[in-house]
Design a protein around this ligand. Structure first.
Ligand code: BES
Ligand code: ZN
Length: 860
């Protein structure tokens, strides 16, 4: 069902007044909204075609009364399917400008959407409730009746009255600064009314309101002179320092990069204890889950990088997304892909020592290639109407592929030219909406190149190509599929050579590319797609791959190029374009390498080899595979050691985690012993394990004494209120193998109330992909408890359904079972995630069958 509204009635200004927001059960709120509307033809707007009606979005609210153009409404009809209210008047509303007034009431829900409640423990140890909004993509309609689509931009003015419970420091915060406040007493209770300034013209999904008790730390940016404030739960103000400084500096950087002044008078960051996603870019009032904003002495570098990226991401949206917004959700990648790309530009500027672009290639780019190689992927721009469809495209395709394509086009045009085009685009579409074609045209006009011609094939088609290069230098291209099957599609591929020359490989330039490659054939080796800017895989001949194995040692190629070769070669081998032994031969030489410079290489190697290890763990040749893998990492492990050395490069913590995770995965005895020792010391009250190594130490300790260690971990969980540590513990607890303990952890995670709904994906991600028997029992449990799970984890449903159905290696039989189940019970918003899980299951199963013989021979 399409829930779109016609544009025959257009909202211009909202004045929203929450006359009550109650923070005690039953958590009611009351509101009155006045909407200045411009009516072209009211009759066409009405859902049932009644010319005397107006229809707008509204969900989970009770509308009690409405008035427009001097008429009182005679009926108010809610449609749950369309998520609308249809208001009928005695006579048709005439064309022209009017004010529509609607009275409504609702309940602060616990599902982290719309206007909802979150809970926290205050300094006195008391359980407290706060209120918060999360509207993207389509949940503003749960907080007030509105035209809840991104292209209906309007101004907002908010007034709200909040209770001042027992002398608390309750405050209300919104997009704009407070204009005035007024305190009063009613029936013996104290209240405070906040009036906020009017916002610029903006989409409904960016409005925000937060009500609670906070610590706050603030500072002014050097250049913009804008005040940035970080709001945390009471007592945690100090933990907001790092993101405060990052945000404040990022604001200066972004204002300069975009060439447009930050559009609001203040910039707030708020840590919310219950939060569905990572963070949300509400204009001037960005909300975060605590893990994505707070740092402590025990914060790992990985987490710190994540926080810096998140802060920059949300600030990047303040222009790209908030000032200029996609016209409809089908172009979500404009928002999210761009913000993801801008994260890296900004973090690289603020923290050049992190070499964050290497991480882009190792995580974002390869993630996108992985998902987009599946048949269940989707084009970056695809038709979405229903809220479930809209929510399902907040995925790696919009984010990671979107960012990768922008990096590709930015490199092709030159980074400065790209930014110039972006400035022109934002200036032209300020306070307005745009389509992806508008962005490509702006970049095309600014650069004088045919950007639309190059980019449209990438946004309209699913997938990406693999370029095969034969021994004679000839090339052929086809869609890359993880199954190795033949796929459709054609893409203009900008190829960058090691000498810096760029040629677009398409029908016109094929021979130019081949001629260039021919000149390289006599070299000792060659690699194309220098810098891994192109969103495609490159396959060389087996002979060339052998030559490339010789240059995997440090110093011959850039980090990113080494990384790209490893990633391409493994992907090609796993898909069956080349024998799976080719990537093993490519990286065999790592056994002789010990290097401290580039942890991303070892991270990639560790991930790839652990992936193979988990697939082959029950095969007869596995002991030999284990030996090969242990050999690849042991020299590096020796060089690193477990202890941090004084003054060492910060990235070495992540390097250790990658190397010891690999050794742990193949049951290396020394690694297990040290982990156990570190854990025992810690459990006995000794020094905490280094932040970067906690997950691996906990995991290896758990392997050796499941029941005992599990109890210790649960105990640690209860004692810490630090989100990163809670996450480490939840991820580890889900890894218990014993069936009884697996069920116990599952019950604890789902129903004990000790795990917040927002965090349920952590334990489930490991519980669901446990060993065969446990995965099957998780799936059985899911089927038997479908209704209960759906109602508790409503807003997390896609992840919950996908994680509990994805495990095991049952192949087609399991997939048939999953499909049969979801024929009876609706899969809802989890549709795409479940389909992708099924495809991944079949791919693993297929690979094992296909490669078993080859590997048996290889390891003979
Ligand atoms: N606009 C999104 C938040 C969002 C995500 C809203 C999904 C509705 C559905 C925000 O800008 C975002 O991308 N958040 C990221 C955080 C990331 C930068 C670490 C997220 O939630 O994953
Ligand atoms: Zn975003």
């Amino acid at each position: 069902m399409s829930c779109r509204l016609p544009s025959t009635v257009i909202p211009r200004a909202y004045r929203l007044n929450y006359t009550t927001i109650s923070l005690t059960a039953p958590f009611k709120f009351d509101g009155v909204i006045q909407i200045d509307v411009e009516v072209a033809d009211a009759g066409i707007n009405a859902a049932e075609g009644n010319p005397n009606s107006l229809t707008l979005h509204c969900l989970d609210l009770a509308v009690t009364k409405a008035k427009c153009a001097g008429q009182d409404a005679t009926s108010l009809t809610m449609s749950i399917d369309a998520e609308t209210v249809t208001i009928t008047f005695p006579k048709k509303i005439p064309s022209g400008s009017h004010t529509l007034t609607v009275h409504f009431t609702g309940t602060l829900n616990d599902q982290m959407r719309g206007l909802y409640r979150s809970s926290y423990t205050n300094l006195k140890g008391e359980e407290k409730v706060m209120a918060c909004t999360q509207f993207e993509a389509t949940d503003a309609r749960r907080a007030f009746p509105c035209w809840d689509e991104p292209s209906f931009k309007a101004t907002f003015q908010l007034i709200c009255t909040i209770p001042l419970i027992d002398g608390s420091n309750m405050v209300a915060i919104s997009n704009t600064p407070v204009l005035e406040t007024q305190e009063f007493i009613k029936d013996g209770e104290r209240f405070k009314t906040y009036t906020f300034g009017e916002t610029p013209k903006m989409s409904t999904y960016l409005a925000a309101l937060v009500v609670g008790e906070f610590d706050v730390v603030s500072m002014y940016s050097e250049k913009t002179k804008i005040q940035t404030s970080v709001y945390t739960m009471p007592g945690k103000g100090k933990q907001g320092k790092f993101c405060l400084e990052t945000a404040s500096k990022a604001l200066d950087f972004l204002e300069e990069t975009y060439g447009i002044k930050y559009p609001l008078p203040k910039s707030d960051l708020l840590a919310i204890p219950d939060f569905a996603s990572g963070a949300m870019e509400n204009w001037g009032c960005v909300t975060y889950r605590e893990a994505k904003i707070l740092t402590d002495v025990g914060t790992s570098l990985t987490m710190k990088k994540g926080i810096a990226r998140t802060v920059c991401h949300e600030l990047a949206h303040q222009w790209f997304g908030n000032l200029t917004t996609m016209e409809w959700w089908n172009a979500l990648f404009l928002n999210e892909g761009f913000a993801r790309f801008m994260e890296f530009i900004s973090v690289n500027h603020l923290f050049p020592e992190w070499n964050i672009w290497n991480e882009f290639v190792q995580s974002v780019y390869t993630l996108a290639l992985g998902l987009d190689a599946m048949k269940t992927s989707h084009p970056i721009e695809c038709t979405v109407n229903h809220p479930d469809e809209i929510n399902s495209i907040f995925d790696a395709i919009s984010y990671a592929k979107g960012a990768s394509l922008l990096r590709m086009v930015s490199n092709y045009l030159g980074d400065d030219v790209f930014i110039g085009g972006i400035q022109a685009y934002l200036t032209k579409f300020s306070y307005d909406n745009a389509k992806s074609g508008d962005l490509w045209s702006a970049l095309g006009e600014f650069s004088g190149k045919d950007v639309p011609g190059m980019m449209v094939p990438w946004t309209s088609q699913t997938g990406f190509p693999v370029i095969h290069i034969s021994d004679d230098g000839s090339t052929s291209t086809e869609r890359f599929l993880a199954s190795g099957e033949k796929g459709e599609g054609s893409w203009p591929c900008p190829i960058v050579f090691q000498d810096g020359e760029k040629i677009i490989l398409d029908d016109c330039n094929k021979s130019a590319v081949e001629n260039k490659i021919k000149t390289l054939l006599t070299d000792s080796f060659f690699k194309i797609n220098a810098g891994q800017y192109g969103f495609f895989r490159v396959n060389y001949s087996v002979k060339q791959w052998e030559k490339l194995a010789d240059v995997m040692v440090p110093g011959k190629l850039s980090t990113i190029d080494r990384l790209g070769l490893i990633s391409d070669c493994f992907a090609l081998g796993k898909a069956g374009y080349i024998p799976v032994t080719v990537p093993l031969n490519l990286v065999k030489s790592f056994g002789d390498i010990a290097e401290l410079d580039e942890y991303v290489i070892w991270q990639e190697l560790s991930e790839q080899m652990r992936g193979l290890a988990s697939l082959y763990k029950d095969e007869p040749f596995f002991p030999k595979f284990q030996k090969l893998m242990a050999g690849m990492f042991s020299k590096q492990a020796e060089l690193l050691g477990w202890e941090k050395k004084e003054g060492e490069n910060e990235n070495l913590g992540s390097m250790r985690a990658a190397v010891f995770a690999a050794l742990g995965a193949v049951d290396d005895a020394g690694t297990a012993q040290t982990a156990q020792k570190l854990f025992n010391e810690y459990a006995a009250g000794g020094d905490a394990v280094q932040a970067d190594l906690r997950q691996i130490v906990y995991k290896l300790a758990l392997k050796q004494d499941e029941e005992g260690v599990m109890r210790v971990l649960m105990d640690l969980y209860r004692r810490t209120d630090f989100p990163e540590e809670q996450r480490n513990l939840m991820l580890t607890l889900g890894q218990v193998q014993n069936a009884g303990l697996h069920a116990e952890v599952r019950e604890w995670a789902l129903w004990s109330g000790e795990v917040r709904i927002q965090d349920i994906t952590y334990p489930l991600s490991t519980l669901g992909s446990s060993n065969q028997a446990n995965s099957d029992s998780a799936w059985k449990y899911f089927q038997n408890n479908y209704d209960k799970l759906l109602s508790r984890f409503n807003n997390m449903w896609p992840a919950v359904a996908a994680m509990m159905s994805r495990g095991g290696s049952g192949g087609q039989q399991k997939v048939d079972e999953i499909n049969a189940f979801f024929k009876v019970k609706p899969v809802g918003s989890a549709k795409r995630r479940v389909e992708q899980g099924c495809e991944a299951l079949l791919l693993r199963f297929g690979r094992l069958e296909r490669d078993r013989k080859v590997l048996e021979k290889y390891f003979l």
